[in-house]
Design a binder for this molecule. Sequence first.
Ligand code: 6GU
Length: 237
Amino acid sequence: MPWTACVLTLFPEMFPGMLGHSLVGRGLEEGRWTLDTIQIRDFAQDKHNTVDDTPCGGGAGMVMRPDVVTGGLDEAAKRYPLAKKVFLTPRGRPLTQEKVHELAEAPGVILLCGRYEGIDQRVLDEHDDIEEISIGDYVLSGGESAATVLLDACVRLLPGVIGKEASHEDESFEAGLLEYPHYTRPRVWRGREVPEVLLSGHHEKILSWRKTQAQRITQERRPDLWERYCKEIKGSA
Ligand code: 6GU
């Protein structure tokens, strides 16, 4: 069975979108993963197909109704009983590469995308197996672009999707460091030379240079990652 993605959204036409292109799109065509969408509006309970209402207690924006959202969630769980359920929200726990691995190793995911100000809290209280995940500290207009990001990150880890082009170990975050800089031909471009060591053919020196660069860049840009990396090094020494 391939890995399954099921997206609950008011805008199913946004999918596959970017996920239909490049290596991830090829993986979809080759059946290495499947993408299903569920239109949340199909579970509206009234003749006007209402999905949202004004927030209790007042305030700006609209809130998605719990009866409508749960109808969609139940249908998704019926189709994909083993999939992990995720609600994409800026209030969620941050998405990390570790979490991406966990989701990619599950049989699949059900992704609930909110629009408007959010969804009624009682849906989340009722379905205690829904994990709330955020893709970063900024606010998007809806969960669909976040779902696209999460799916890209998961699908590229599935067997056969990336092929031998990338060994994942070298990538940013996999070793707790940001990735080292890359170079290709020409050897000199606008007076800028490719670092000598990369042309030396000396494999050990190249590995050591790359590691030093990865450490320098991480230290400069991500003191949070650097601190954790240093602690882990100490712990394993
Ligand atoms: Cl998952 N959704 C929305 N709407 N905004 C976000 C987000 C998710 N993650 C960061 N900002």
